[in-house]
Design a protein around this ligand. Structure first.
Ligand code: TYD
Length: 131
């Protein structure tokens, strides 16, 4: 399975807490794109795709959701519910996002610019691409 949970260092004091994300330091790739997801609803699912080459880190900076990760051989579920833990997802991983808490906020760091041609949005095609 080409994913891992990465605990981030938290700089906290009586004023609050801070996490810093840096390319090739606590983020294992050069960050080229950052996007975020908000105004989520529990009944709605997202994702349901894989990337041919893209690497990403997903962080639930507020609220929670479940990620389903699938490498074509097995399927695992991971809950994201901490702003100080990043989920690294490597290439060729099918992912689905579900069970969002109301108003969950996800920040996603990506190793490349948005390119729809780089997506695999059909699960059958994903399995064929792995061969
Ligand atoms: P989509 O891939 O469906 O989101 P998710 O992976 O969360 O299910 O993307 C939703 C829309 O946003 C789709 O029209 C493509 C667009 N989009 C961009 O233009 N740039 C981006 O960086 C991303 C991630 C999506």
């Amino acid at each position: 399975m080409n994913y891992k949970l990465i605990p981030m260092q938290v700089f906290g004091d009586k004023r609050g807490k801070l996490v810093s994300l840096e390319s090739r330091r606590n983020v294992p790739f050069q960050i080229k794109r950052v996007y975020y997801i908000f105004d989520t609803l529990p009944e709605e699912e997202r994702g349901k795709h894989a990337h041919k080459n893209l690497e990403q880190i997903v962080i639930a900076i507020d609220g929670s959701c479940q990620l389903v990760l699938d490498d074509g051989a097995s399927r695992e579920e991971v809950w994201l519910n901490r702003p100080d833990v990043g989920l690294y997802i490597g290439k060729n991983m099918w992912r689905e996002m579900r069970h969002f808490s109301y108003g969950c906020k996800l920040v996603i760091l990506a190793s490349d610019y948005y390119d729809e041609k780089e997506y695999i949005r059909d699960y059958g095609e994903f399995l064929r691409c792995l061969k």
